[in-house]
Design a protein around this ligand. Sequence first.
Ligand code: ADP
Ligand code: ZN
Ligand code: ZN
Length: 761
Amino acid sequence: MLVQVALPVPLYRVFDYSVPVDVNASSSSSLPHIGCRVEVSFGRQTLIGIVVAHTSETDSSVPANKLKPINKCLDAEPILDANMLKLAHWLARYYHYPLGDVLAVILPNLVRQGKSLDLLITHWRVLPHASDNDFRANAKKQKQQFDMLKLHGERGASEDVLLLEGMERAFLKTLEDKGLIERYIEPKQAPSPVKLAKMPLDLNDEQQLAVAAIVAAHEAERYTGFLLNGITGSGKTEVYLQAMQAVLEAGKQVLILVPEIGLTPQTRARFASRFAAHIVLLHSGMNNTHRLQGWQDCRSGHAQIIIGTRSAVLYPFANLGLIVVDEAHDGSYKQQDTLRYHAADVALYRGLQYNIPVVLGTATPSLEHLKLVDDSKLVECQLLTRPGNAKPATMQLIDARLQSTHQQTTDDGARYDTGLTDALIGAIRQTLEAGNQVLIFLNRRGYAPVLLCEACGWQADCPRCDAHLTVHYNSQSQHNTYNSSYLKCHHCDWQAYIPTVCPDCGSQNVDAKGMGTTRLSENLHAIFANPQASKELYPIIQIDRDTTRRKDSWENIYQRINQGNPAILVGTQMVAKGHHFPNVTLVCLPNADRGFLSADFRSPEHTAQLMVQVAGRAGRGDKSGRVLIQTLQPDNELLLKLVKDGYLSFARELLQERKMMGLPPHSHAALIRCEGKTLAATTQALKDAVANLPHGHNLAVLGPIDAPMSKKNSRYHAQLLLLAKDRRQLHHVLNQWWQPVLALPSAKYLKLTLDIDPVGW
Ligand code: ADP
Ligand code: ZN
Ligand code: ZN
C-alpha cells in the first residue's frame, strides 16, 4: 500500500510515497491514517505534508517499488478529520488552488512545521524528592529555574506558560535529566455547560421571528443560510445572542466572524457578559502558540464561543452548531492574496457541511447576498426598526456649490479654504452646544492627498507606483520635526522629504492640495478648539491608522469618546464598522460621495455601504440623529436615490443595472492578474492565455488591459477578466485552461494569479 501526500508546493497534484513497515509503530495499522502529517523527502528538500489517500497503485511514472518511502509519520491520530479534508478539497476545486497550498493556508504555522500537538498540554512539575541540596553552589541558573517551577506547586504548569515566564527549554531538559522534575500530559477537562450570565432582552416582533427561524433550523439540524437584513442599531446582535443561546445550551459551538480585530474587544465583552462560557478569540495579531492553542480548543470542542476574523472560518470544529457572519458585506472577508476565498461563502459551505444554520447579518447587504435571496438560496429576515426610542438618522444633502465654504485665516494673514460649508459648521456648533458629539467621516488619512506646484503643475508622485504621494504634516504637533512632515506612498510605503521648492521649475509655490484627516482635524481645531474663535473649546479626536497604530491607543480613544463629553470625532472607514457611540447625534460626510464617480463598477455599492454604515453611528443612544452629506454633485441620481429611498431600494436598482449589463452577481467572474518587470511582458502572457482558451468557450473575455494601478512597488500589472452566465461553465473552462496557462513559456518569470469572484477590478 502507498500513501498520497499533499505537499506545500505550487503544483496541482498529490505525491505517492511508500511506507516502510515500522514507520507507525504506535498505531495498529501500518499505514499512516488519512489526515495525519508525514515527513517526506521531496527533491533535495524535506517537507511535511498531509496524507490525503491510501492507494494500492501509483499513477506516477515511477514504478511502485521505486517510490521513495516517507521518512516518518508525525501523528498517531489524524489531525484533520474527514470534514476538514472535504473543505480543503472544495477550496482547492472552487478557487483552483493547489491542494497542498490550501492545506498550508488552513494549518497553523506550528502544525505545518511539524510541532507536536502535545506541546500545549505538556506540563512540568517538581518531583517530591527533589530539594535545594541537589544543586551545586555554582549552578545558580539551574537553581533559579528550578525555583521558578517550584512556585507552581504540586501540579506544576504547562510548558507554554513556563516558557512565557522566562523558563528555558534547555534547563527543563537538564533538570529532567538530573531526575529533579518530570513532564506529564494533563488532559484538558471538558468545558462546563454554558450558563446565562445575564437575562436576555425582550425581543420585538421582528427579532422574535428571526430568532425563531434560526432556532428552528438548528433544532431540525438543517442547513439554512439566513440574511439578517437589519438597519443599523436594529438589534441584530440581540438576535445572534438569543439564537446562540439555544445552540450553546444544546452543547454545541458557535462561530462568530467579525470584520476586524479593532472590533473584537467590544464584541467579546458583549458575548462574555451574556454567557458564562469558554470564549476564544482568533485574529491575525496572535502569536503562533496562541494560534495553535485556539486551533486545538476549536478542534477538541473546548472552545464554546469562537469570535474571529476571516481565517477563523477555516478552523476545525468538534461540534459546530451555528455560524454568524457579522457585517457580512464587509470587504475584509475577502482574502486578497494566496487562497483568495470569501469567508461568507466558505461559511455557507461549512453550514451545509455540518447541517447547521448560517446567519449573514448586515444593514447593507451586498448585491451578491440579495441575489441569493432572490434565488431562494438565503432566507431573508428583516429588522426595519430600532428598539426603544432610538430613531434611524435622517439623511440630508448640502449643496457645496451653492454654499460658500468656510474661510479661515492663518497666523500670517493668508486666507484658506477649510473645505467645510458654513451650513455644516453651523450644524456642528449647534450639536456641540447641545452637549452632543459629532462624527466627521473622511476616508483619507494623512494631511493632503497631493503636493502640487502651482507654477508648473508638477505633482509629487511615487517613483515606484502609479500614485501620488500623500502629504503627512502636522502643525499642531509639538515635535514638528522632519519626522512628522514627510511624503509617503500609501501603496508601497515609499517616503520622501517635502521639497520647499518645486524640483521641476524651482517655484516656491508648492502646496498641499485636498483634504486628509490630519488637515481636517487641524481646520476643525482652528474653529472649535481655538480660544480666539470659540467660547468653548472642544476636543478634536482623530481616528485613523496613523493615530491608532500603538497597541492601546484605540482603547484609549474609545474610552475618551464613551465618557460622552461634547467632542468632534474625525475618522476614516475605521469608524464605520459596528461601533457604538451613544452620544454621537450628528454625522457629517464632507465628500463621501466621490466614490459614485469611480470607474470600478462596484464602487457605488461600496460607497453607499460605507455611507450608510457611517450614518448608522448617529443616534444610537436615546437621542435621535442627523446625517449631513456635503456634495458637489447634488443631482447625482444614485446619491439622490440613496438619500431619498434608502439603501435597499438603491441596492435593488444597482442589481437591476448589473443584470442589464451582465455583470456579477448576474454573471460569474474570474480575474487573472499578471505581475512582472514590464507591462509588455505581462500583457503578452495574458494575450497568449486568451489564445489558449478552449474553442467555443462561451465566456465574455475582457482584456488584457492594464490593471487599475498598473505600476505598484516597481512591478507592472495587467489583467484579464472572464465572465460567464453560468458558474459551472466558468469552472469547466478554468479546469482545462488554467494549469496550462501557468505553464505557458511567456508566463515564465511572471506571477500569474487567479481570483474567483473578485471584489474589484
Ligand atoms: P445592530 O447590531 O443591529 O447595529 P445592536 O445589536 O447593537 O444593533 O442594538 C442596538 C441597541 O439596541 C443596543 O444597545 C441593544 O442593547 C439594544 N437592543 C437590541 N434589541 C433590543 C430589544 N429587544 N429591546 C431593547 N433594546 C434592544
Ligand atoms: Zn513647478
Ligand atoms: Zn508607491
